[in-house]
Each structure stands twice: as C-alpha cells, then as structure tokens.
Design a binder for this molecule. Structure first.
Ligand SMILES: Nc1nc2c(c(=O)[nH]1)N[C@H]1C(S)=C(S)[C@@H](COP(=O)(O)O)O[C@H]1N2
Ligand SMILES: [Mo]
Length: 418
C-alpha cells in the first residue's frame, strides 16, 4: 500500500458521499448550477476540490502549536522533561487552596511536600471509571483560524476537585502549567467553579486531558496532561498542567486578560473558504470549498455571495441585504482521519453513536466542510464572501461581532473572471 492510498480512499469516500447527499440537501444549490449538471451528478471541478479537502480530524503532526516559554517546555531535552515532571512517569499535580488571599477550605489538598500530589497512575485509576471523550476544534482567540480538530480524552476536572474535599468559600479555579520555574513565564487560566462542577447546555465536562485521537498526548499538545475546556478558545486549555488553585476570589486571572481579550467568550460560529480559483473563464461555473467552525450556537447554513468589486450595498457593513445563496454543508465523512487507531472513533465518544456515526450534524464545537458551485460570471473583478447562519438564525458576524471575543468577521476573497 502506498502512503497515498488511505488519503485517496478517504477522498473518494468523501466525494461519493457528497454525490449521494446532494440530491435532497443541495436542491437549492443545484438550481443555481449549469443546466448540464444533473441532479445526482457533481461538476468534475467541484468533485475535484471536494476530493482535496482536509479530513475532519486533524492528523497529529498537522496540529498547529501555540506555546509560550523560553525554552518552549515541549522542546526540553528528555532528562530535563523527566526532572521537571513533563513525562508520564514523573508528572505530578498539586491541587491546593489559595491560602494567602481567600478562605477556601480543603480537607484533603494534594501536595508534593506531603506526598499527596496526583500522579499519572492515580489519574489513570480515576480514568478507569470516569474517562470521557469528545470532539473539539482548538482555536486560538488571537489567531482566529482553527489549529486542529481532535477527539480529546480525559478525566472530568471535578473528579479531582471533589477528592480534595472542599468545604466552603469556593468560587473559582485558577490553573497553570510548567513554565521553566520563572514566574514571568507563567501561562494561567481560570474558570468559575460552577462550570467545573456542572456541564451547562449539554456541553462535555472540563477535563484533565491525557489522550488526543486515541493516543497519549504529545509534549507539543501539552502532555502528559493538559486542561481542555470544550466550549472555550485555546487559552483556557492550559498545557503541561502542574497546579490547580481553588480560590474564593471572584475574578478571572487569565494570562489572556492582558491584551484586552474577552476571556469569557465561548466559540463562535463562522465560515471561511479553503479553495477558490484565482482566475476563472467567463460564464464558467466557479467551484468553491470551505470550512465552518461550529460554535455554541450551532450551524444551520453556510452561504456565499459573489459581488462585482466595489458594488457592495451601501450602509450595510454586515451585508445583510446582499444576495447570499446557500452552499452545501458536506455530510459526515465515512473516514474521519486524524491518525485514529484502526481509523475508528474511540468507543463512548460523546456525540457519536456506538457505530461511530455522529448523533447530530453539523457537530457543535467542531469544524465542518462545505462546497458550492457558483454560476458563471461575465469578465471582471469580483469579491467572494462566505458566512454562516447559526441555529438561532443569526448571520455572521452577529451575535458577537467584536474581535476581542474571537474572530467572526466575514471573509472576503478576490477573484478575477477573464
Ligand atoms: N502552559 C501553556 N498552555 C497553553 C499555552 C501556553 O503558551 N502555555 N498556550 C495556550 C494558547 S494561547 C492556545 S491557543 C492553546 C493552543 O493549543 P495547541 O498548541 O495544542 O494548539 O494552548 C494554550 N495553552
Ligand atoms: Mo491562543
């Protein structure tokens, strides 16, 4: 088998799936297609673009890295990793109260000095009965574009917190990871305790994560153990976790609060293109593909709009009066990618049936793909835009348009028709 084989078969499946799904779901799209296209047939140029799409789950070496620290903790030599607890054999987690500033009482704190810190074996013992898995796209609030989609596995953080037997005066969880023992390098985050104790709106729990796509978490992704907050931007998912501090302080102490960021912002729904021809012949249909991040408000539609350059409607910054047309949201893939062992969605992954098919689609907190074949245009310069409409009918960039709570601006791409 050549290294390309899995890649090709995955794309063929994806393409075939699109052929099958397009008949009913894409009826409105087909109306806009050239007359030569029959209802259950795809224009070859669109089939080709769909065939080249990335997989739903990101291969482990394709995740993008957003790490601070000098040196980067994941780049330390093996001896140093062993020494500072960045291996599964030497990892230790302290869970203590913020004794200086508040009066949170823990009957059983977990501390290195008295030998009660949690180690990896201890975590695995809890995992035997409490492990959870869910799909999530990791997105940096500052960078905007998704860094990768994975199935993250871990133990709910509340399982560890309850073992410390907190008694009262507990309002927030502060947490941080290894930072070269230099306070200036500490990367911190925090959550209200209520979010950790209970999962609102059918969200998965906040976890102490030790596996990604069925394999132990690599140093780059924050191994041995990182926090993963399902609905949050990346900065809440602290890597190389070493300390949890339970506090009665009532405010966020996240590193990301510096830089004017909105640290309480959950993932937004928005779309972007992946392939748009730079130049097309006049009156030839235009194949376009893209992705959408499915935020907390879900996704009902992806829409596209091609506009002659400079002909945008006036006094309508969000283009709400433009002639948007629906793109086709691609059906769930048969092959998920992401280097999953045996290519299978791990058993018991939240949001998936026992046979590995998704319970809902498009899946919330993930990244899905879409395609459209736009009708041909006369020669000229154009701007192509794509946008999402969420399950509540809110079109991008609404309902939360400001940049510092995460990217949601409507993307624009230039296109020349010759
Ligand atoms: N300890 C630590 N955790 C961290 C960071 C960091 O620099 N140090 N970066 C955060 C930011 S800003 C993001 S967006 C995500 C990125 O996760 P990734 O590198 O696995 O893609 O990790 C977060 N966790
Ligand atoms: Mo980030």
């Amino acid at each position: 088998m050549s290294p390309l084989d899995p890649f090709l078969s995955e794309h063929q499946l994806l393409t075939r799936r699109f052929f099958l799904s397009v008949g009913a779901a894409g009826a409105s799209l087909i109306a806009a297609w050239p007359r030569t296209a029959r209802a259950n047939e795809l224009a070859p140029e669109l089939a080709e673009a769909i065939g080249k799409l990335e997989s739903f789950l990101t291969p482990l070496d394709k995740f993008r890295d957003v790490s601070r620290g000098k040196p980067l903790p994941h780049s330390l030599p093996p001896e140093k990793k062993t020494e500072v607890g960045l291996t599964r054999e030497t990892w230790k987690l302290e869970v203590v109260s913020d004794t200086d500033k508040s009066v949170t009482r823990l009957k059983k704190p977990m501390k290195k000095e008295d030998g009660t810190a949690l180690d990896f074996n201890g975590l695995m013992q809890i995992a035997e009965t409490h492990a959870v898995r869910f799909a999530k796209v990791m997105t940096c609030l500052n960078i905007g574009c998704p860094l990768g989609t994975g199935i993250w596995e871990g133990v709910p953080l509340r399982e560890i917190i309850w073992r410390t037997q907190p008694v009262e005066n507990l309002r927030r969880v502060f947490y941080y990871g290894y930072h070269n023992d230099d306070p200036g390098q500490m990367f911190r985050s925090s959550l209200p305790i209520g979010r950790v104790f209970e999962d609102p709106y059918d969200l998965p729990p906040v976890i102490l994560c030790y596996k990604l796509n069925g394999q132990f978490l690599s140093p780059e992704r924050g191994g041995p153990v990182r926090v993963v907050v399902p609905e949050a931007y990346g900065f809440k998912s602290i890597k190389w976790l070493s300390h949890i501090v339970l506090t009665n302080l009532g405010f966020a102490n996240d590193t990301y609060i510096d830089g004017n960021n909105d640290v309480d912002s959950p993932l937004k729904t928005w779309a972007a293109t992946l392939s748009v021809p730079k130049e097309v012949a006049a009156n030839q249909p235009i194949p376009v593909t893209g992705y959408a991040q499915v935020g907390i408000s879900g996704l009902s539609k992806v829409q596209v709009w091609i506009c002659p350059k400079g002909q945008e409607p006036e006094n309508d910054p969000n283009f709400t009066t433009a002639k948007w047309t629906d793109a086709t949201i691609l059906a769930p893939p048969k092959v998920w990618g992401g280097d999953l062992p045996d290519g299978k969605i791990p058993a018991g992954t939240q949001g998936f049936e026992a046979d590995g098919s998704p319970k809902t689609w498009p899946m919330r907190l993930s990244k899905i793909h879409w395609a459209a074949l736009l009708p041909g245009q006369p020669a000229g310069e154009y701007t192509l835009r794509s946008r999402t409409v969420d399950e509540k009918g809110q079109a991008q960039p609404m309902p939360r348009p400001f940049r510092k709570s995460g990217h949601a601006a409507i993307e624009q791409v230039s296109l020349v028709v010759k």
